[in-house]
Design a protein around this ligand. Sequence first.
Ligand SMILES: NC(=O)c1ccc[n+]([C@@H]2O[C@H](COP(=O)([O-])OP(=O)(O)OC[C@H]3O[C@@H](n4cnc5c(N)ncnc54)[C@H](O)[C@@H]3O)[C@@H](O)[C@H]2O)c1
Length: 254
Amino acid sequence: MDTSMQGRVVLITGTGGGQGRAAALAFAAEGALVVGCDVDADSHAETTRLVAEAGGVLTGAAPVDLSDADQAAAWVDAAQAEHGRIDVLYNNASASRFAPIAEMSSEDWRFTVGNELDLIFYTTRAAWPHLVAGGGGCIINTASVAGLRGSRETGLLAHAATKGAVISMTRQMAVEGGPQGIRAVSISPGAVETPGTAAFFADPQIRAALVSHNLIPRPGLPTDIVAMAVFLASDAAAWVTGCNIVVDGGMMAV
Ligand SMILES: NC(=O)c1ccc[n+]([C@@H]2O[C@H](COP(=O)([O-])OP(=O)(O)OC[C@H]3O[C@@H](n4cnc5c(N)ncnc54)[C@H](O)[C@@H]3O)[C@@H](O)[C@H]2O)c1
């Protein structure tokens, strides 16, 4: 099975975060030329250091706020200018705000749409012509089980809406990208322990509740998700497109 990413140009968003950092390390270990970005400059710098320490290549920029169309396009175009092509766009970054329906402000709703949905549109729109010019490539979008099921916890309205939209926009990317050689797949993680979920997992009751949904009784690790992303981006997944892959320790099975 050929999962090598040797020499492939892989753009990963949110490389300062839990899954983004693990992705940068994993793709670089497979020989990819990784280009990352994050709105948080310090955490992206730490990932850059870790990848270099492991002997890999991670370039990119931070801070980059991908909810701003111009910043997103500039980051993509800089990657194209640096490497002359783009093979993979891994839309991993996101930020969400949570509140019960009646208490959610319009600002928090717009923030969530901007930082979970707009940013995927902006990077993908910018990368599309480069992918087409290069004969195709792969787009991986990070959705969530929140896009597939309701939650007894209140507060997930905006997050559920955006992650459901990530799944459906991925399908449309695959349809429109097919003739151009572009594959598009979404990954829906279950509950993964990362800086983004640290506050939830720090509460023993919430931690136990999150894990109790799983058939494999532990939180997800960033590497559980990223292993799937590496497979999906590789030639081994050449016949995989237009679908949503659930990686959730069995949560969705019950
Ligand atoms: N951790 C989980 O349980 C879980 C479950 C399902 C889905 N997901 C999804 O997985 C992905 C990665 O999540 P994570 O848990 O690693 O989160 P994380 O918070 O650890 O990392 C996300 C990174 O994205 C960056 N980011 C956010 N908005 C940005 C913007 N506008 N521009 C640039 N960078 C931005 C953040 O600074 C952060 O470093 C997200 O799309 C998240 O919704 C996570």
